[in-house]
Structures are given as structure tokens and as C-alpha cells.
Ligand binder design. Structure first.
Ligand SMILES: *[C@@H]1O[C@H](CO)[C@@H](O)[C@H](O)[C@H]1NC(C)=O
Ligand SMILES: *[C@@H]1O[C@H](CO)[C@@H](O)[C@H](O)[C@H]1NC(C)=O
Ligand SMILES: *[C@@H]1O[C@H](CO)[C@@H](O)[C@H](O)[C@H]1NC(C)=O
Ligand SMILES: *[C@@H]1O[C@H](CO)[C@@H](O)[C@H](O)[C@H]1NC(C)=O
Ligand SMILES: *[C@@H]1O[C@H](CO)[C@@H](O)[C@H](O)[C@H]1NC(C)=O
Ligand SMILES: *[C@@H]1O[C@H](CO)[C@@H](O)[C@H](O)[C@H]1NC(C)=O
Ligand SMILES: [Zn+2]
Length: 939
């Protein structure tokens, strides 16, 4: 963090970089942490007073009586190893059901005297032995208590054995179970994925254990700190291949099903000591493209070499992490597999990482630059977990933010190593920092860190997988790494990983090791401990806005809230803080100050109006005097400061005036994201005409620029980010009605319709072209897209077409498409919510999608249970909500469906209500002068 801020004094002096001590002040002291408030956090009743703006109370104060009514395992038994055998059937049984059978023996140690064995088991039919669901034996000389009774607890997902006498502390026991489960298409636990290849339907047995689904595969102590060694055996047809976390150490005919030469038994090497949520079991007829580092996919995808790119970046990224962590790759092999049905983007199972096809497969002829970047960053993210998360695992899910935030930060470092020309590290500003600022500025946000007792049941655990955990986690770790400097950060990290290898930690263990690294670095001094500094950012929600008055040199800070009225009833969690004036901050004449360069700090910056004017005038005369990131930062900060009523809306809009000269992607994208809010708020009002005219005027030069540098659209820009910027230029130019744009697009799509075997559209532009052509076309264009969608063999192509079909303006086509989303033979379950969101993004589709969802919430909630991202669905549909009427509808929706519930969308629904309220206010206050400004500026 050598450059938290710099000051331009005058031309002769150039830029003055301030000393580390002053920089540290901003990071370490800019938020005064209110300790009283923190202590009270989470106390029952605290939240109840303000239920509309706080997340739902994380725990019920009710303390269950019986140990099996607790969601957390008792601490009396500790597993050491499991022998698990699984046999998935890829053909339906006589009932038409897909099932798997298996048996498991777990060796555990008793560490506290108990006459109860409580182990997770969910949706498994267990074989009984003399009336009990398991057999218990002892290892060594321990006498073995007999089982008095056994039963299943559905709510807490346990198998419970009551023993006649107690287990002896220190002794080892073995619990044996046999079970039958359904190999359902629910994307959880051991499940099946189906696809059609060469006209034949094929079935894959695969798994997703995170967070709480290993217990749906075999009875196990299913908590991340219950690490054990797993000896896995998979029984399968000889025409298929079985994969698991470890290397396979031999396949043989099955002695159990002897007589059937078709059946194989594959045995895997024992795993390292690991958590259950990282297990993976897969049976398929897939092929792979190499030896110990393998990419697996459907046969046709491998034959088309769609796995080659993934393989080519995996090696370099693994090398990068070995060097960065100063620790060798902990396993003997690395498998990565692309699955037709997969709920998340990817899952970091140790040694056998699972992906959606779009996140692993890449076709140089058919995929876009964006597809390629996604493959690189997702691989980089998952490989980062092989050490951070898998080798060393957080004790419990409350610390998920550290695991995910960490991987979301270092994924940029790994990807940058594999693709050094992309400048990908800059993109964390758009994809994480600015993205999470938007969420973390709401009063309904929550702190990164939660206490262990606040996160118990599976729904609470899955709510942890949110933007705050991933993106704020990434942003504050990046800040810390740049603050401590990367070598010191990496040194602490390496010591942390080596100390806790194969074991579990809490987040403060990392701070301790970083602190040690600081202390062991000669000459390094930080004003507070890592622990104290990071508490400011992890224990309280939100972030500050730092205000610099360049007339006096004074710096102040306060909690930044998008809606400044949203906290009136509650004590602020941030103390307002004034700093002594800094001489370096006092400027006059033409000089300007710009703070938080690189956006390393997790805060926004405001200035006095004189300094803003000087920055705006610099942008209009010589924007390249500021770095690309800083240009984007000025835009994003002003737009958000205006939303929070700290500066005027006009001042924010003025930052877009220089864009007619801007050719770089990141500032443009930042502006378009912010103007998107204006489009959403006003595209149903009279403001839209003037807005469109202004944006058309601003984007036109960019459109012409790309027309020139691509020789009339016949070439592809060479720079990675130029390729993205071209997509924005074409998309917005067509949307705003720039001359020649729509005709160009229609002619490309028309050519493709005339010759479906030859698609003349460059992959980068396909999304934009498909969407525009379908928007300006009719049923013929739509039906053609549907046929191409059904025929697509590359997942990313299918996903582009799926998005584009939502662009039509014909209500009947949109309604028909919405119906398709609940028919798994038309739209895969994993894609249903995003498809509905795409429809809602369309101005014509929004009311249709909203009616569709509220009319059928009960059904959708059941249909999508476990696989739908309900929170994204609610966010997507309510994005445009900005009238009192819509707010009432939303509240009614909440009331009427309380009995159904909202699952993972509970918090999102509260946020939607808060955001709609803020939108109403904003539109009322801003409509008139926004209209006036756009009207004047578009002349
Ligand atoms: C588990 O499997 C290992 C390796 O195959 C074997 O040595 C061991 O005896 C088995 N343990 C039990 C309890 O079945
Ligand atoms: C488990 O048992 C129940 C009750 O007998 C039955 O309905 C269910 O189908 C069984 N599950 C499987 C996968 O066979
Ligand atoms: C890397 O690890 C080796 C062996 O564990 C150790 O000697 C060395 O100091 C480490 N290097 C850094 C930079 O931490
Ligand atoms: C894991 O860490 C705990 C606490 O630091 C320690 O007591 C235990 O011995 C470690 N276990 C292993 C297997 O390293
Ligand atoms: C692009 O097209 C214009 C006319 O349509 C023509 O004048 C110009 O030479 C073309 N440029 C290139 C590089 O082909
Ligand atoms: C549809 O897919 C088949 C099989 O991949 C392919 O041979 C055919 O050319 C495709 N049809 C079109 C119109 O692209
Ligand atoms: Zn992750």
C-alpha cells in the first residue's frame, strides 16, 4: 500500500507520495470502532426492535433440551477414519427411481463419557440389524456397550443410538451402517445429472456436499472440524469411470456382485485428513485429456478439445500458488470435471473439483473472451482453496467469509500469473469492490464476521454464502495485503498454512500469523496490531466515507449509508471521527487532491466542492493524468455520494461528460453500471427520452472508435479490456439508437438464420447481437434462437441464447418463456432463476415475471428447493421497483407467503423492501432536475 493517496501540488513537483505512517492512519483509524455496540450484537431482542432493516435473528433464544435437538454435534465423539463403499445405479429400478446403495464403517474415539451416539444422516434408508440402525463394535480391549434403541431425528438430520452403558473415554469404536438413498436430480449430496449425447440419454452420478449434504450420502459426523481420513470404494459399470478425492489404486471385478463381469470395483488411496464437505464421488463415461492433472467432461466436449484451455492454465496456476503459499500442492493428483447439471459455479472438493460446464469448458472458435476469463478466474479461485480452505479449514461456517473472501481475492493473483496481458487485477474494482459497496451501504447489511452460535441450521449456513462474504471478504483482505505489503502478507499466510495443515482454525489464527510476520520483518511498524485493525472491518457492518477538505486540510469520516434516513432510530455503529488537519491535504489554485488511489482502501472519498471542480476539469482536459482505476473510482464515488445525498446528483452526472473522450473499459463500465440505475428508474417515464439522447451522444464516439479499429467490424481489438469495451459500445449504441447499429446487428443475425451451420457473429459480440436481434425481431427470430439453444453443444453458447431469448418485446413470447422455466425438459433447474431474472430485466418482461413469481411462489419454492437462488430471484425482479404501488405489492407478497416461507431469500426480501423505499424517495427528489440536466446536456 505505497499509494493510499497522493497529492498533486504543482506541475513542477509532480506527485507527492505520502509516508507509510500517514497512510496507515487512514486504514487503521478511519473507523472508530464502537465497542459497546459490538458487545450487544446478537443479543436476543436487540434485533426485534428493528426487524425491517436487520437480517432475521440468527438464532432462536430457545435452548433445546435433548442433545439431538441441537443442530451442532456434541463434543463427545471424534471420527478418525471412514471406509465408505458406494454403488450408484445409473439405470432406474423397477419403480422408475434412481438409487444408490452403500455401507460405511467409521472409527471414532470417545473423548467425553457418553451413552449416546449422535451422527448425521439425512434421507437415507438404513438397514436394521436386530432392530437397530447400525452395528457397534469396539477396537482393542474396550468392552462394547449394547444398543438399547436407535432412531432418526428428521429436523436435525441425525441418527441417534441410545446405549445401555457408557463409552469409555480414550477408547476407539467402530460404527457400521448399510444404507439406500435416492440418486435424485436435486443437485445436493450424491445426485444425478442427465444429458443427451448423439441422441442417447446419459446419466452421471455426481455429488455436491457443501455445506450439509455429505450426510445425505452416508452417515457421518458432518461438520467441517470433524476431519478424518476416508477410504473410498465405488462400485460401477465397467463402461464407466469412477472418481473421488484420492488417486484410484486399482479397479477389479466386484467380488460382491461376482458373476457379473460388467461390474467393477474402484478403490481409492486414503485421503488426507479432511472435512466431509469437501468429499466428491462421480461415476460417468466421461473422458479426460491427460494424466495426473486431468480435465474431465462429456466425451464430445473432450473430443472437441473444450478442456484444453482449462488444462493449459491449471499447471501455471498451481505453480503460482505453490510459490505464493510457499507450500507444495498437498495431493497426489488434481481432477477437474465439468457437469451438465451443477448448482453453484464450482465446488472445491479436494482433488476432484466440480464445475458447471460454462466455468471449465472453452472453445477457441465459439467461446468469447468473457467465457475465457471466467474459466481462468473460476479455476484460479478453486485451486486457491486446495490450500486455503481444504488443507487448513475454518472451524465452523460462521467464518465462511475468510475462506471465500480469501479465494475471491487471490483468484486475481493466480489468473494474472496465467494470463499476464489481461490486467485482470484491476477488475477486482468492478467485480468485487464496487459491487459489494452497493450492498454494504444498506442499513440491512451485516458484519463479515458472525459468532459461532449465530449460525446453526442448514438454512443459516447457506445464508452465509452471499456477496458480503465473497466480495467484502476479498476487498478487505486485498486492503490488508497491500497495507502489510504482499511479501509480508504471504509470509504470514505461509506460516499459518504450515502450522495448521490438515487441521482447523478460527479467523483470528490468521491475524496472529500475519502479526508474527510483521514483527519478524525488520524495520516494519504498524500503528496497531493486525487484530485491532481488522476488527474495524470485520466486526461491524458497512464502511466509511472519508471527507477531505482541501481548503483546511481536515479529514473526517462517518458511516456511509445509501439512504441517510435509514438509521435515524438506531445508534450509529460508527463514531464520527475528526482527524487533525494534514498539511499535505491543503491545496489551492489548480492543484487537486485524490485519495485512495488504487482503491486499496475499503471506503469512499468525498471532497470540498472546489476540489471536485478541479478534478472534473482535469477529467475534461486531460483525463489520462489519472489512472484508469481512479477515473472509475471518481465516477462510482460521486454517483453513490449523490445517492446518499452527500453531494448533488448533478455533480455525479457531470463526471460522465468527459466520457465522449474516454476509450478505456473500466471507467466506461463503471459509468454504465451507475447510469443503469437511472435507466431502471426512468425507463418507464418521460425522463427516458432525454437520457437516451444524452447517452447516445456520449457513446457514439466510442462506437465509431471501435468501428475504425476493427476495420468496419471485421477484426477483433487486441487488448483484452478493449474487447469488453467493444461489447459495451455496441450494446449501448444499439440500445440508444446510434445510426447504423441496429441494421448492422440485424444483418448479422439474418445471415446466421439463412445459414444455421455458419454463424458469422464473433463470439464476443454474440450476447449483444442475439439480444438486440431478438428484441427488434419477432417470433421467427425467437424460434430460431430456441432451436439453436436446444442444439447447442457448448454450454456457454446455450447460455447466451438463453439470456437473449428474454429480450423479445412480445408479451406472449415472454410468458411462454416463463412457463418453460418450470419445465426441466426445456430449461434446466439450475438455470430457471437466472432465466426469470433475465425476463424481469426487460422492461416489457418485468411485470410479467413479477406476476409469474407471486402467483406461484408456493410451487416455485418447492420446485426449486435446494437448487434455486431465491435471493437472486427476488433481487432481480424488484430491481426496477420505485413506486408506492410496487412497494405495497411487495409487502403484500411477503404477508401472503409467510406460511410458505422465503428460505434463502428471507434477507433479500427485506433488502428489496428497503431498496424500493429508497428508490421511491430518490425518484421523487431527483426526477425534475435529472430531466432538466439530460435535456440540456443532450442538445
Ligand atoms: C478399511 O479399509 C482399509 C483399507 O482398505 C483396511 O485396511 C481396514 O481394515 C478397513 N477397516 C475397516 C474397519 O473395515
Ligand atoms: C426409503 O423408504 C421409504 C419408506 O419405505 C420409501 O418410500 C422410499 O422410497 C425409500 N427410499 C428409496 C431410495 O428407496
Ligand atoms: C518457505 O518454506 C521453507 C521451508 O518450510 C522455509 O525455510 C522458508 O523460510 C519459507 N519461505 C518463506 C518466504 O516463508
Ligand atoms: C489440531 O489443532 C489442535 C489445536 O491447535 C491441536 O490440539 C491438535 O493436536 C491438532 N491436530 C492435528 C491432527 O494436528
Ligand atoms: C469502412 O467502410 C467505409 C465505408 O463504408 C470505407 O470508406 C472505409 O474505407 C472502410 N474501412 C476499412 C478499414 O475497411
Ligand atoms: C445440430 O447439432 C448437430 C449435432 O451436433 C449438428 O450436426 C447440426 O449441424 C446442428 N444443426 C445446426 C443447424 O447447427
Ligand atoms: Zn470459493
Amino acid at each position: 500500500m505505497g499509494k493510499v493517496y497522493y497529492v498533486s501540488k504543482n506541475v513542477g513537483l509532480g506527485m507527492l507520495v505520502l509516508a507509510v505512517a500517514a497512510l496507515a492512519t487512514i486504514i487503521a483509524l478511519s473507523i472508530a470502532y464502537d465497542k459497546e455496540r459490538a458487545k450487544n450484537r446478537g443479543k436476543p431482542g436487540d434485533e426485534a426492535t428493528d426487524s425491517t432493516s436487520m437480517p432475521p435473528p440468527p438464532t432462536t433464544p430457545f435452548i433445546p433440551k435433548e442433545p439431538w435437538d441441537h443442530y451442532r454435534l456434541p463434543d463427545s465423539l471424534v471420527p478418525l477414519s471412514y471406509n465408505v463403499t458406494l454403488w450408484p445405479r445409473l439405470e432406474p429400478d423397477a419403480r422408475g427411481m434412481f438409487v444408490f446403495t452403500g455401507h460405511s464403517a467409521v472409527v471414532f474415539r470417545c473423548v467425553k463419557e457418553t451413552d449416546l451416539i449422535i451422527i448425521h444422516s439425512n434421507k437415507l434408508n438404513l438397514t436394521t440389524f436386530y432392530g437397530h440402525h447400525a452395528k457397534l463394535t469396539g477396537l482393542g480391549k474396550a468392552t462394547v456397550p449394547t444398543i438399547q434403541k436407535s432412531w432418526l431425528v428428521v429436523k436435525t438430520e441425525y441418527l441417534v443410538l441410545q446405549l445401555h452403558s457408557r463409552l469409555a473415554v480414550g477408547s476407539l469404536y467402530l460404527l457400521y451402517t448399510e444404507f439406500l438413498g435416492e440418486l435424485a436430480d436435486d443437485l445436493q449430496g450424491f445426485y444425478r445429472s442427465e444429458y443427451i449425447e448423439d441422441g442417447v440419454k446419459k446419466v452421471v452420478a455426481t455429488s455436491q456436499m457443501q455445506a450439509t449434504y455429505a450426510r445425505k450420502t452416508f452417515p457421518c459426523f458432518d461438520e467441517p472440524a470433524m476431519k478424518a481420513v476416508f477410504n473410498v470404494i465405488i462400485i460401477h459399470d465397467r463402461a464407466t469411470v469412477a472418481l473421488s478425492n484420492g488417486r484410484d489404486i486399482g479397479s477389479n471385478h466386484d467380488p460382491v456382485t461376482k458373476g457379473n463381469p460388467q461390474t467393477f470395483v474402484t478403490t481409492f488411496e486414503p485421503t488426507e485428513r479432511m472435512s466431509t464437505y469437501l468429499l466428491a464421488f462421480i461415476v460417468s463415461d466421461f473422458l479426460s485429456n491427460s494424466l495426473q492433472v486431468r480435465i474431465w467432461a462429456r466425451r464430445k466436449a473432450i473430443a472437441d478439445r473444450q478442456g484444453d484451455y482449462a488444462l493449459s492454465v491449471t499447471g501455471p496456476i498451481l505453480q503460482f500458488y505453490e510459490h505464493y503459499y510457499n507450500a507444495t500442492y498437498p495431493l497426489s493428483k488434481s481432477d477437474q470435471i465439468a457437469l451438465p447439471d451443477f448448482n453453484a459455479g464450482a465446488m472445491e472438493n479436494w482433488g476432484l473439483i466440480t464445475y458447471r460446464e460454462t466455468a471449465l469448458l472453452y472453445d477457441p472458435m465459439l467461446s468469447s473472451t468473457g467465457n475465457k476469463e471466467r474459466v481462468t478466474t473460476v479455476i484460479s479461485h478453486e485451486l486457491a482453496h486446495m490450500w486455503f480452505g481444504n488443507l487448513v479449514t475454518l472451524q465452523w461456517w460462521n467464518d465462511l467469509w475468510l475462506n471465500e473472501g480469501f479465494a475471491s481475492y487471490v483468484e486475481y493473483l493466480g489468473a494474472d500469473y496465467a494470463e499476464p496481458t489481461w490486467n485482470i487485477k484491476d477488475q477486482i474494482i468492478l467485480s468485487d469492490v464496487h459491487k459489494v459497496f452497493a450492498v454494504d451501504a444498506l442499513a440491512s447489511s451485516h458484519p463479515l464476521s458472525r459468532r459461532e452460535e449465530e449460525v446453526n441450521n442448514p438454512a443459516e449456513i447457506s445464508e452465509m454464502f452471499n456477496t458480503i462474504s465473497y466480495s467484502k471478504g476479498a476487498a478487505v483482505l486485498r486492503m490488508l495485503s497491500e497495507f502489510l505489503t504482499e511479501p509480508v502478507f504471504a509470509k504470514g499466510l505461509s506460516s499459518y498454512l504450515n502450522t495448521f495443515a490438515f487441521n482447523n482454525t478460527v479467523y483470528t489464527d490468521l491475524w496472529d500469523h500475519l502479526q508474527k510476520a510483521v514483527e519478524n520483518t525488520p524495520g516494519m511498524h504498524i500503528p496497531h496490531t493486525v487484530h485491532n485493525i481488522m476488527n474495524h472491518w470485520t466486526l461491524q457492518m458497512g464502511f466509511p466515507v472519508v471527507t477531505i477538505d482541501t481548503r483546511t486540510g481536515s479529514i473526517t469520516q462517518k458511516h456511509f449509508l445509501l439512504d441517510p434516513d435509514s438509521v435515524v432510530d438506531r445508534p450509529s455503529q460508527f463514531k464520527r471521527k475528526d482527524f487533525l488537519p494534514y498539511d499535505q491535504m491543503r491545496v489551492s489554485g489548480e492543484d487537486w487532491v485524490l485519495a485512495n488511489t488504487n482503491v486499496s482502501g475499503y471506503f469512499r472519498v468525498n471532497y470540498d466542492l472546489y476540489n471536485w471542480d478541479r478534478l472534473l476539469s482535469l477529467l475534461s482536459t486531460n483525463h489520462q493524468a489519472l489512472s484508469i482505476i481512479n477515473r472509475a473510482q471518481i465516477i462510482d464515488d460521486t454517483f453513490n455520494l449523490a445517492r446518499a445525498k452527500i453531494i448533488s446528483t448533478t455533480l455525479a452526472l457531470r463526471t460522465t461528460k468527459y466520457l465522449s473522450k474516454e476509450r478505456d473499459y473500466i471507467p466506461w463500465d463503471s459509468a454504465l453500471r451507475n447510469l443503469d440505475y437511472y435507466i431502471l428508474m426512468f425507463d418507464r417515464t418521460e425522463v427516458y427520452g432525454a437520457l437516451q439522447a444524452y447517452l447516445k451522444k456520449q457513446i457514439q464516439p466510442l462506437f465509431e472508435h471501435f468501428k475504425t479499429i476493427t476495420a468496419n467490424w471485421t477484426k477483433v481489438p487486441t487488448k483484452h479490456t478493449d474487447q469488453y469495451n467493444q461489447i459495451n459500445a455496441v450494446g449501448y449504441a444499439c440500445g440508444m439508437g446510434v445510426e447504423g447499429c441496429r441494421e448492422l446487428i440485424k444483418s448479422w443475425y439474418r445471415q446466421w438464420m439463412e445459414n444455421p451451420h455458419h454463424n458469422p457473429i464473433h463470439p464476443n459480440l454474440k450476447s449483444t447481437v442475439y439480444c438486440s436481434a431478438i428484441a427488434f425481431g419477432g417470433v421467427e427470430e425467437w424460434d430460431f434462437a430456441w432451436r439453436m439453444f436446444k442444439n447447442a453443444t457448448l454450454a456457454s453458447e446455450a447460455s447466451r441464447l438463453r439470456a437473449a431469448m428474454s429480450c423479445t418485446k412480445a408479451p406472449w413470447l415472454l410468458n411462454r418463456y416463463l412457463e418453460y422455466t418450470l419445465d426441466p425438459t426445456k430449461i434446466r433447474k439450475q438455470d430457471a432463476t437466472s432465466t426469470i431474472q433475465y425476463v424481469a430485466r426487460n422492461i416489457v418482461g418485468m411485470p410479467l415475471a413479477w406476476n409469474f413469481v407471486r402467483a406461484r411462489w408456493g410451487y416455485i419454492f418447492q420446485y426449486g428447493k435446494g437448487s434455486f437462488s431465491f435471493s437472486n430471484l427476488i433481487n432481480g425482479i424488484t430491481k426496477r421497483f420505485s413506486s408506492e404501488f410496487e412497494l405495497q405489492e411487495l409487502k403484500k407478497f411477503k404477508e401472503e407467503n409467510l406460511h410458505v416461507g422465503f428460505g434463502s431469500a428471507t434477507l433479500a426480501l427485506e433488502q428489496a423492501i428497503e431498496k424500493t423505499t429508497a428508490n421511491i424517495k430518490w425518484v421523487t427528489e431527483n426526477k425534475a432536475h435529472v430531466l432538466k440536466w439530460f435535456t440540456e446536456e443532450s442538445k
